[in-house]
Design a protein around this ligand. Structure first.
Ligand code: IDP
Ligand code: MG
Length: 275
């Protein structure tokens, strides 16, 4: 049996993710052997991060000081978990250090956006297709974008016209025209079979990361932890749409929403999501 030290940093506590993170280790089957909330001293943190300090000393002290300030910005929750291979598996459960590289299903992949600065905000058009609404997955899909930290700036339920959908899928129509019209007509019929929930989400790199959260177009290739990998079986019923580039996001947002339907607001967790 091995033990690992795991700590929920000040942003995790501020964002009310203590229970979520505890639950992930518990349900995996690891045994909790120590737990306390504390506000660490500077000395403790300098000792804890001494290897990072050693490297940083060579270049700049700024990064290290920012790290200490961040770690002292509120209480943390320190834990020791015990179990077979818990050090390596615990790291796997956390996900990559950089949330932009953390995959859905990991703690960082599900709840964090950035390690960086100078963030360029982006918007993506995301839609819950008629099968997603029918299958009562509206709240589940909203939850996944909210918990990641993205900001909802537009939302409406609507039944799209044929004209809107033909415009939305015009690239697919262009390709399909060359072979058969059948697939395109089926797609339009499917997309008109019930109401859709259309949304605009804002945040760092939300177009690319939103696609990663949806999973592959074909559910047979979507991995567990993604929306399609968790809830769908076949490509013709894949429950969600997400813009595939910043350019198509712009086009799609303009198509589905009027300017006044997009809300500009400050999210109060911004300072806990972005450095
Ligand atoms: P995307 O939605 O992941 O961006 P696109 O290639 O843009 O994927 O295709 C648009 C939508 O058309 C898909 O989400 C899916 O609903 C549908 N679709 C794509 N390929 C097929 C197929 O081979 N059979 C049935 N439906 C498909
Ligand atoms: Mg597409």
């Amino acid at each position: 049996m091995e033990r690992s030290f795991v700590a929920i940093k000040p942003d995790g506590v501020q964002r009310k993710l203590v229970s979520e993170i505890l639950s992930r280790f518990e349900r995996r089957g690891y045994k909790l052997v120590a737990l306390k909330m504390l506000q660490p001293t500077r000395e403790l943190l300098e000792e804890h991060y001494q290897e990072i300090r050693a490297i940083q000393d060579l270049k700049s002290k700024k990064f290290f000081q920012d790290l200490i300030t961040y770690m002292r910005s509120g209480p943390i929750v320190a834990m020791v978990w015990e179990g077979e291979n818990v050090v390596k598996q615990g790291r796997a459960m956390l996900g990559a250090t950089n949330p932009q590289e953390s995959v859905p299903g990991t703690i960082r992949g599900d709840f964090t956006i950035t390690v960086g600065r100078n963030i360029a905000m982006e918007r993506s058009f995301v839609a819950i297709k008629p099968d997603g609404v029918q299958r009562k997955l509206v709240s589940e899909i909203l939850t996944r974008f909210e918990r990641r930290g993205y900001k909802l700036v537009a939302l409406k339920m609507l039944q799209p016209t044929r004209e809107l959908l033909e415009e939305h899928y015009q690239e697919i129509r262009a390709i399909q025209d060359l072979k058969s019209k059948k697939f395109f007509q089926d797609l339009i019929t499917y997309m008109r079979s019930g109401p859709i929930v259309a949304m605009v989400w804002e945040g760092e790199n939300v177009v690319k990361q939103g696609r990663a959260m949806l999973g592959a177009t074909n559910p047979q290739e979507s991995v567990p932890g993604t929306i399609r990998g968790d809830f769908t079986i076949t490509v013709g019923r894949n429950i969600v749409h997400g813009s595939d580039s910043v350019a198509s996001a712009q086009k799609e947002i303009g198509l589905w929403f009027r300017e006044e339907e997009i809300s500009s607001w400050d999210s109060n967790d911004h300072i806990w999501l972005y450095e």
